[in-house]
Design a protein around this ligand. Structure first.
Ligand SMILES: Cc1ncc(COP(=O)(O)O)c(C=O)c1O
Length: 455
């Protein structure tokens, strides 16, 4: 056709369009009717198995008159004290270990940062670029571990998930302590690696796993915590390091509950046990506990940090830390370094709680008596009722029940902080001892509940 279409007459245009439409219709496959399903599917969320478990537990608690311990509303900043439903309580359920949450120097820096930088960095750092506060915090964290560098992520849990998934794969093995935090298990599952578990702090078993399996895998990652979040004890770091070096493995130590807590100046388990921190491949921590913000970090050598910045999906495809949250941790870390007396106070409080609890005949398990000490009750129902009764007496300690801990080891977990007073600690221990004795005398346990529910 030599003529341009904008010069077509109206009738030519209409004929052309009709012929184009006819061609399109001719090239479409003939529509076959969609099959009608012969069965129906339950698409309700209530049909999920875990929903049913949760519903049954709630119903049992209602029959027994136990208030719901989950998602309780606090109407004040939860430090050593809090306000729950108009009731003033002593609080042992928050992990503000050095009592820094709401510190005026931190809130001032946070307000100034929000005013200057806003409340979000509005995209991932790889695309939106760096802000100086990110690198300042990363350098300060690296300094703690004498590491070459560190990288911060927007969630502590996601830090472990994304780092582990980026580092190991189907030809590799992850070996971890039986009491490791959920984030390590999720990361391992996502990575597709094989997984082996050694009994809590049993490094002989760790060695025998390596003896039997090291050759079958390309890379091996050993994971432990500096201070275990449910039991309040930790590993023999020097031996862990010696084992990982001998067997050519990486060692990741999760310092979520040890930064600000262990060691003379709160640097963590390496400081407490006198181990060179450069011998640990990956130091992982969270910003949500001592560092009173939200997020997590990995510290290690340049190659590790560079690699994670490009290969960890939780870094590449997730937003960078907001300025105010980053600066909160930066200032908290600075205060931790400047005021080692806070660390000393926390350590004295932790020891006081453990000594008093032991003297009262309470089972503190293997706790080292720092920031976390459990009172192990065993029976799940008795634990939940104990927490409920303590709350009625103005003491907030959270009940931890299976699957959060192994069967028959339900417990109340007490987080101790530098801001608790010795009197608050003594009051809590005494009330726990009194209420637990009364529950034991009454024989209240899971069996009792089953009988009541059957009536
Ligand atoms: C040992 C351990 N690692 C990681 C995390 C996850 O940290 P976050 O709560 O900051 O996401 C927690 C949470 O309590 C923890 O206890």
């Amino acid at each position: 056709m030599s003529r341009r279409t904008d010069r077509l007459s109206a009738s030519d245009k209409s004929a052309l369009l009709q012929s184009l439409r006819a061609n399109v219709r001719a090239s479409e496959p003939a529509k076959t009717p969609k099959p009608v399903p012969t069965k129906t599917w339950d698409t309700s969320f209530e049909s999920l198995p875990a929903f049913q478990v949760f519903k049954t537990q709630r119903a049992a608690a209602d029959v027994l008159g136990i208030s719901n311990p989950f998602y309780r509303q606090h109407d004040a900043k939860a430090g050593s004290e809090s306000l729950i439903g108009n009731q003033h309580v002593l609080n042992f359920a928050s992990y503000d270990y050095l009592g820094l949450n709401g510190h005026p120097e931190i809130t001032k820096a946070v307000a100034e940062t929000a005013a200057q930088w806003g409340t979000s960095v509005s995209a991932s750092r790889i695309t939106a670029g760096e802000r100086r506060f990110h690198r300042e915090l990363e350098r300060a964290i690296a300094d703690v571990y004498q590491a070459e560098d560190s990288v911060v992520f927007v969630s502590g849990h996601a830090t472990a998930v994304t780092a582990i998934a980026a580092l190991v794969g189907s030809k590799d093995l992850v070996i971890h302590d039986a009491l490791i935090h959920n984030c390590v298990m999720v990361g391992t599952q996502l990575s597709g690696s094989a997984r082996r578990v050694f009994p809590h702090n049993d490094l002989d078993v760790l060695e025998s796993i390596l003896e039997n399996s090291r050759d079958s895998f390309e890379r091996v990652l050993i994971v432990a915590e500096g201070l275990y979040s449910m039991d309040g004890d930790g590993p023999d770091l020097a031996r862990l390091v010696e084992i990982k070096e001998r067997w050519g493995a990486w060692l990741l130590v999760d310092e979520a509950h040890s930064i600000g807590v262990l060691g003379k100046t709160g640097k963590g388990i390496f400081e407490m046990q006198g181990v060179d921190p450069r011998r640990v491949d990956l130091w992982l921590g969270t910003l949500s506990k001592t560092l009173v913000s939200c997020g997590g970090y990995i510290a290690g050598n340049h190659s590790l940090v560079d690699y994670l910045k490009f290969a960890a999906n939780g870094m590449v495809y997730s937003v960078g830390m907001p300025g105010p949250a980053t600066v909160a941790s930066l200032v908290a870390l600075d205060i931790m370094k400047r005021e080692p007396e806070r660390v000393a106070r926390l350590q004295a409080n932790g020891k006081l709680f453990m000594d008093k609890a032991r003297a009262a005949g309470l089972d503190v398990g293997s706790s080292w008596g720092y920031a976390v000490t459990p009172i192990i009750v065993g029976d799940t129902l008795r634990t939940v009722i104990l927490a409920d009764r303590l709350l009625k007496r103005g003491i907030n300690a959270f009940p931890i029940i299976p699957p959060g801990v192994p069967e028959k080891s339900a417990r109340l977990r007490f987080f101790i902080s530098a801001s608790h007073t010795p009197e608050q600690i003594e009051t809590a221990v005494q009330a726990t001892q009194e209420e637990l004795s009364s529950l034991e005398a009454a024989g209240l346990a899971v069996g009792t509940a089953n009988r009541l529910l059957k009536r």
